[in-house]
Design a protein around this ligand. Structure first.
Ligand code: PLP
Length: 229
């Protein structure tokens, strides 16, 4: 199958699950995850109107950022970010989805302030213990928010989580539920640098389960571009 067919199939599946749970499919934002994918294939996805692209490595992002016309696309960083690489992504990435420490939030704020921009971020939430290495513990989220409350050059737009690998998709639902509950809680927190909007969860193997649990942003690689080499 080609990329266009993959995308049509995917959009149909998203429609179906949205109908099933009674949400509008337009309310689900799809991020095309382009790690390990070459420019030509990325352009095919862009021409099918997928304009939000996700990368998880800074160097790979920078190469593609220089090559693609960035008027057409928005970049999301979805992989672990080291503080020493922050300077390369602030202002270029529209949404840093993988903010998992106060130290990292501080560094992003510092760089954004230097550039005179407000950097949108998501807090990566750790919803399982075995398989996800990074993320803020659910029990530490309040403390995290307190510690970053005075950072004026970041804007917290919501949460991101990665469910562990499971045998049956529905087994991922309890992890997504944990994130959804936190997301709902966050909506009630009044803090200047918060504007809660996105709950980023669901990948090729578990986006249906994620949508059923309230995701409004899914991150899809394999189902669009095929298996990664
Ligand atoms: C690779 C990756 C995805 C996409 O995974 P697929 O299974 O290929 O859809 C989504 N989110 C993150 C954080 C990833 O690293």
């Amino acid at each position: 199958m080609n990329i266009k067919d993959n995308i049509l199939k995917l959009l149909n599946e998203v429609d179906d699950v949205c109908n099933e749970v009674g949400v509008k499919s337009e309310s689900i934002k799809m991020i095309a995850v382009t790690k390990n994918v070459g420019i030509e294939k990325i352009m095919q996805a862009v021409s099918c109107n997928l304009r939000d692209l996700g990368e998880n490595r800074v160097q790979e992002f920078l190469n593609k950022y220089q090559t693609l016309d960035n008027k057409d696309v928005k970049w999301h960083l979805i992989g672990h970010l080291q503080t020493n690489k922050v300077k390369y992504v602030v202002g270029r990435i529209c949404l840093i989805q993988s903010v998992d420490s106060i130290k990292l939030a501080n560094e992003i704020n510092k760089k954004a302030k230097e550039l005179g921009v407000i950097q949108d971020i998501l807090i990566e939430l750790k919803t399982s213990y075995e398989e996800t290495k990074f993320g803020v513990d659910v029990n530490h989220i309040d403390e995290f928010l307190n510690q970053v409350a005075d950072l004026k050059n970041i804007r917290i737009k919501g949460l991101m989580t990665i469910a562990p690998k499971v045998n049956f998709e529905d087994e991922a639902r309890p992890y997504f539920k944990i994130a959804y509950d936190q997301f709902e809680k966050l909506k009630n927190v009044r803090q200047d640098n918060m504007e809660i909007q996105y709950l980023s969860m669901g990948m090729s193997g578990d986006f249906k389960a994620a949508i059923k649990e309230g995701s409004n942003m899914i991150r899809i690689g394999t189902a669009i571009f095929g298996e990664r080499k």
